[in-house]
Each structure stands twice: as C-alpha cells, then as structure tokens.
Ligand binder design. Structure first.
Ligand code: KG4
Ligand code: ZN
Length: 371
C-alpha cells in the first residue's frame, strides 16, 4: 500500500438505502479527490413499496440487517481487509433518526475497535460532492448547488465542498417526495420517480396545465404540494364522487408526463434564477431526482445556453450511496475529526454559516402559481 494514500470506509444509512463504499485518496496534509474503489447499496424499495413511501421503523430494521453485509461486500470488492483502513466516514445528518443511528453505531464501533479517526458527514453536502467525485480532474467549486432528492429540494452557494451556504429550498414537499406521492396516487410503484418517468414516455406533457409554483417569486423557494393536489383533482375531480376510479393507461401517462414537465420547469427555472443572482458559472446537481433523464436534458440545455459548466453525477452517484461520503477526506484535511460520542441529527443542518445549527422550519410563505 502507498503510505502517501489513505484508504477509508464510508457508510450511508440516512433513509432507505444501506450503502458502504471504500475510497482511496491522498493522505492529509496532501489534498485531492478520492477514488472510489468499491460502492455497494442494498435498496429497501421492495420493503416500502406497498406503503408508497419509507416506513421509518422498517428502514431501521433493514439497516440493522444489511449494514454489516454491505461493509463486508465493499471491502471484498475493493480487495482489502479492515486492517487496510485508515479512517471511517459516516453520514450522520439529515435523515431518519433510527436509520442514522444504525450507520453511526457501525461506524463508531469500527473506529473504536480499529483505533481510526471517525468523520461524520452531511448527507446533502455529500450529494453535491458526488459531482466532484465524478469529475476528479475538474474544479467543481465554487458553484451553485442544487440538491433534488426525496427529502430535499434546496439551492446552495457552495464556496467549497464544506462551505455551502443555504440559499433556499422547498416550503412543503421535496421534488422527489412529490414524484413518490403522485406515483402513489396513480397506483404506480415506489420509488415513484423512475415509475413516473417510465409511464410519462407514453404521455403528452401538455395534456394538463399543472401549476408551476414560485416561478415568478424572487426568492429561491420551491413548492410542490399544490401541484400534487392539482394531479389529484385532475384524476378524481375536486369532489371525489365525480372522480375517475380506474384511470386508463393513457390518462395515467398524460398525468405523469404533465406532472413531470411541471416539476422540471420549476427546478430548471429556479436554478437559472440562482445562477443569475449569484453570477456563478458552475452548477453542481445531486440527489435522486437528478437521475431523471428529462431533467438532465433540460438542465443541460439551460446551462449550455447560459455558458454555465454543469456537473451532474452518473445515476449511481445521484441516488443515495456511500461513496459520496468521500467528502470525509476533505474534512479530515480540514481537521474536522468527530468525537466518538457524536450523535445523529435528524433535522436539517445548514452548513457553511459558522457554527452549525439546526434551522427551525420557517412557516410556509405562499408564492405565486403559474400554469
Ligand atoms: O437522493 P435519494 O436517493 O434519497 C434521498 O436522499 O431522499 O432520492 C430519492 C428520491 C425519491 O423520491 C425518488 O422517487 C427520486 O429520488 N428519484 C427520481 C428518479 N429516480 C429517483 N425522481 C425522478 N426521476 C427519476 N428517474
Ligand atoms: Zn439523498
């Protein structure tokens, strides 16, 4: 093994994917982007499918069952053993508290038993760092960061991997959550994003003029709950008795396509607005919704038109994975080693504003709706 390099294990259990990855990068004080030696994910989608969303208790139990097999598998695929590790990284926020605790407990145990530094990372910073992992030779930062996942739809001004200032986010549902809920309304599977994307291919995106909230609002805010209700009304009518009970495949396809179009219009427009306001010429995108092909095409077209460099990871690094916790190497270089009594933080921590703190939920402020 090259002594100038550090091999480390990363663990991800924030929501419903149990991930483990092995990475290798320059040993601090040298800096650089780590290389992913292996990354494995055990998805719990089939367990949550019949509920149309993640059930926290089921998620925690599944993490308990999967976390050690995933770690073993990541080590095996990387061709290393525990004694080759120089650090343990784990996502400790934000996420489901019971799910987070499983990953953190595994990480603490390994750090203690192997006498290795433990590095707690922020899952959202990790989603954006996936852009850097996928483009190790290029400067991704400073950039506008857009996280579009099942739990978050947020814009950041990222001065560096560990210095992302929260600009604004959703006032109600996250974009991925809206995909999941609308998929459930349309009796499609879970997770809803890939299902909506699949059926939308046969649909007409202009069949329904669904609302585009916050488009003309000056603030970097999003709102998707009105859109979700609009889909419900289009499906059933405002009065349930009038409604379509068994929508035809053609109607489901049109609803899915029109819904997807509305979400993407808003995501692209609000991101363009953030680029205009910050004047930044780079955009990093992360999170499960960034796996959507139409979204990728549209955001690429918008950035091309504006002369902005776009960084969007391959699909496996968009949805939850442990490799993105590779941001831990930057934290180690910055001296941010975690104490072994560190706890998880379920809520959102806004990074990059001096001392970290959990933001309180702001009361939702309405914003204009455009069709
Ligand atoms: O980042 P992620 O794996 O987990 C969270 O941190 O939430 O994102 C999961 C979300 C789910 O809501 C899922 O429906 C959505 O990403 N998603 C998609 C697609 N693939 C996953 N949404 C739209 N189109 C997709 N192809
Ligand atoms: Zn995520």
């Amino acid at each position: 093994m090259d002594p100038s390099h550090l091999i480390f294990l990363a663990i991800e259990t924030t929501c419903d994917e149990t991930g483990a990855a092995v990475l290798e990068g320059p040993r601090p004080p040298a800096t650089g982007v780590p290389r992913v030696l292996s990354s494995v994910v055990a998805s719990q989608a089939s367990l949550h499918q019949r509920f149309g969303g993640v059930v926290p208790e089921i998620a925690s139990r599944a993490h308990v069952q999967q976390v050690l097999p995933m770690i073993d598998e990541a080590l095996r695929r990387a061709g290393i053993t525990l004694k080759d590790l120089g650090m343990i990284a784990v996502a400790t926020r934000p996420g489901l508290v019971g799910a987070l605790v499983v990953g953190l407990t595994a990480a603490k145990t390994l750090a203690l038993a192997l006498d290795l530094p433990l590095i707690a990372v922020d899952h959202l910073e990790g989603h954006l760092y996936a852009c850097q992992l996928a483009n190790p030779e290029q400067a991704v930062y400073p950039c506008v960061g857009l996280v579009v996942s099942g739990g978050h739809t947020s814009l950041y001004h990222c001065r560096g991997p560990l210095h992302c200032e929260f600009l604004g986010g959703t006032m109600d549902d996250a974009a991925g959550e809206a995909f999941d809920k609308v998929a459930s309304l349309l009796s499609l599977g879970y997770p809803g994003g890939p299902e909506i994307e699949r059926v939308a291919r046969a649909g007409d995106p202009s069949a329904f003029a669904f609302p585009r909230s916050c488009l003309h609002d000056d603030r970097p805010v999003f709102s998707f709950s009105g859109l979700k209700t609009a889909v419900l009304y289009a499906l059933r009518g405002p009065n349930e008795e009038r409604g379509v009970v068994q929508p035809s495949p053609a109607l489901v396809a049109d609803l899915a396509a029109s819904f997807q179009e509305a979400v993407i219009d808003v995501l692209v427009a609000k991101t363009r607005q953030a680029l205009e306001k910050t004047g930044l010429k780079r955009l990093g995108v992360g999170g499960g919704v960034a796996a959507n092909t139409l979204f990728r095409d549209r955001i690429a077209a918008m950035t091309r038109e504006r002369g902005v460099e776009l960084f969007i990871p391959p699909l496996s690094l968009c949805t939850d994975n442990a490799a993105m916790a590779g941001i831990a190497l930057a934290k180690l270089a910055a001296g941010e080693v975690s104490a072994l009594d560190i706890d998880v933080t379920a809520g959102l921590v806004r990074p990059g504003r001096g001392k970290e703190r959990v933001e309180e939920q702001r009361p939702p402020a309405a914003c204009a709706v455009e069709s």
